[in-house]
Write a protein that binds this ligand. Structure first.
Ligand SMILES: *Cc1c(COP(=O)(O)O)cnc(C)c1O
Length: 427
C-alpha cells in the first residue's frame, strides 16, 4: 500500500500540532511508522487520503457500534445543524435522551451530560467525594478513566499505598488521594480499605477493562467489590465509557447483575459526537449543582448536535432486539477463527473477549491484570499490526487496546480478516 499523502500530511501536522495528533495513541508511537490520515468512512470501512481501504476494528475507539456514517445519526445531525448548533439554554432533546438512557440502564434515576468520558469520570469522582465527605479514591492499575489529574496516577513503590503522579504536571498532593489496586485481586482491595478506614470516598473501575487489552472481571469480582464498598460506606463507580451500551443495553451492570452507585458513559452514548455522561440514583444526583452543593457545568454540555447523534444511537440500540446477540455472534465467530489459525500456525497467544470487545495477546499465560498484560511479546505485536495494516485491516496501534466489533462488519469481512491472520502468522 502507498501512504504517500498520509506521510506528507503527518509532516505538515507535526509543524503545528504536538506530535501531529490531538490524542497521543493516534501517533503510532507504540508500533512505529506513520499514522494513516483518514478521509472518510462508511459502515465497516475506513478510506485513507491515499485511497486505501481498511476494515476497521477500532471504530473511533468504540463509538461506531453500528458502523461509520450510520444514516439515522447523520440525518439527525444535519437536520439539527440547520436549526442552530448551540444555544446555552435547555432543549427538549436533552430530556428525551436522558429519559431514554435512564430507561435503558439499571439503577439510575438521573443523568447529566458532559462532552467527554474524561469529564464524566472527573465529575463522578467529585460528586462521590462531595456526597461521602471523604477524599481518597481507589482505582486499578491499567484502568483508564480519562486524563484528569486524579487518574493519571501510577502505583507507588514498595510498601507505599499512595499513588505517584504518572505525568509531570500532576501534583503529589493530588496523587496522595488516589490509591492503586490490582485488577481482579479482591484481597488487595480489602487491604487498601483496611489501611484507609473511613477515608475512601469511591472505588472506580472499568467493569470489563478495555485499556490494557480486554480483561474480563473474574467470577464474582464485581460482586465482591460491591460488598466491600457497601461495608465501608464508599461509592462504587462503574466507568462504563467503553462498556456502556456496548455489552448490553444496560452495560456491565446488566451483564453482571451488579449495582453501581455512579455510572460513567462516553463513546457509544454520543454516536460519534463528543458526549460523556454520568448517572446515579436521585439521592446522589440531587447533590449536584444547581440542586446541591457539588459544582459541575459545561458551555457545550447537552449540545444539540451531540444530543441528536446520541439519541438516534441509543434509540437504534433500544429498538433492535437482536443487536447485542448479533455483535456477540460476530465477535465469537472472529475469536474462533483467529484461535484456530494461531493454533495451526503454532503462535503463542491468549485471546480475551467479552461480547464485542476482544484482544489478542502474544503470550501463552492468562492475562487478567496490568502486570500480566505487560508480559505480551510487543515486537510480535508491532509486526502483526503492520502486516494487517498492509492487507487493509486496521486494528488499534497498541498492544494494550481492545478491538471493537461493529454490527456493520459482514461475515465476509470476518473471513477475510481470519484468512489474513492465517497468512501473516504462517511460519
Ligand atoms: C475512552 C475512555 C475514557 C475517556 O473518554 P474520553 O472521551 O476519551 O475523554 C474514560 N474511561 C474509559 C473506560 C475509556 O475507555
Amino acid at each position: 500500500m502507498l501512504y504517500k499523502r498520509s506521510n506528507q500530511l503527518f509532516v505538515e501536522a507535526n509543524e503545528v500540532i504536538p506530535g501531529g495528533v490531538n490524542s497521543p495513541v493516534r501517533a503510532f508511537k507504540a508500533v512505529g511508522g506513520t499514522p494513516i490520515f483518514v478521509k472518510e468512512a462508511k459502515g465497516a470501512y475506513l478510506y485513507d487520503e491515499d485511497g486505501n481501504k481498511y476494515i476497521d476494528y477500532i471504530n473511533s475507539w468504540g463509538p461506531m457500534i453500528l458502523g461509520h456514517a450510520y444514516e439515522p445519526v447523520v440525518s439527525a445531525v444535519i437536520e439539527k445543524a440547520k436549526k442552530g448548533t448551540s444555544f446555552g439554554t435547555p432543549t427538549e432533546l436533552e430530556t428525551k435522551i436522558a429519559a431514554l438512557a435512564v430507561s435503558m440502564v439499571p439503577n439510575i434515576d438521573k443523568i447529566r451530560f458532559v462532552s467527554s468520558g474524561t469529564e464524566a469520570c472527573m465529575s463522578a469522582i467529585r460528586l462521590a467525594r462531595g456526597f461521602t465527605k471523604r477524599e481518597k479514591i481507589i482505582k486499578f492499575s491499567g484502568c483508564y478513566h480519562g486524563h484528569s489529574d486524579s487518574f493519571l496516577i501510577a502505583a507507588g513503590s514498595g510498601a507505599s499505598t499512595f499513588g505517584v503522579p504518572n505525568s509531570p504536571g500532576v501534583t503529589a498532593g493530588t496523587a496522595k488521594d488516589t490509591l492503586l489496586a490490582k485488577y481482579n485481586d479482591i484481597d488487595n482491595v480489602k487491604q487498601l480499605f483496611e489501611a484507609n478506614k473511613g477515608e475512601i470516598a469511591a472505588l472506580i473501575i472499568e467493569p470489563v477493562a478495555g485499556n490494557m487489552g480486554c480483561i474480563p472481571p473474574k467470577k464474582d469480582f464485581l460482586k465482591q467489590l460491591r460488598e466491600v464498598c457497601s461495608e465501608n460506606g464508599a461509592l462504587l463507580v462503574f466507568d462504563e465509557v467503553m462498556t456502556g451500551f456496548r455489552l448490553a443495553r444496560g452495560g456491565a451492570q446488566e451483564l453482571y447483575q451488579v449495582k453501581a452507585d455512579i455510572v460513567c458513559f462516553g463513546k457509544v452514548i454520543g454516536g460519534g459526537l463528543p458526549v460523556g455522561a454520568f448517572a446515579a440514583r436521585n439521592e446522589i444526583m440531587n447533590y449536584l449543582s444547581p440542586l446541591g452543593p457539588v459544582y459541575q457545568a459545561g458551555t457545550l454540555s447537552g449540545n444539540p448536535l451531540a444530543m441528536a447523534a446520541g439519541y438516534e444511537m441509543l434509540k437504534a440500540l433500544q429498538e433492535d432486539q437482536e443487536i447485542f446477540k448479533r455483535l456477540e455472534d460476530k465477535t465469537a465467530y472472529l475469536e474462533k477463527g483467529i484461535r484456530k489459525v494461531l493454533q495451526d500456525n503454532q503462535v503463542v497467544f491468549t485471546i480475551n473477549r467479552v461480547g464485542s470487545m476482544i484482544s489478542v495477546h502474544f503470550d501463552a499465560n492468562p492475562v487478567y491484570d496490568f502486570e500480566t498484560a505487560k508480559n505480551g511479546d510487543n515486537d510480535h505485536f508491532k509486526k502483526f499490526f503492520h502486516d494487517l495494516l498492509a492487507k487493509g485491516i486496521y486494528i488499534a496501534p497498541s498492544a494494550y487496546e481492545t478491538w471493537f466489533i461493529t454490527d456493520a462488519l459482514t461475515y465476509e469481512d470476518l473471513d477475510y480478516t481470519i484468512q489474513v491472520i492465517q497468512e501473516v502468522t504462517a511460519k
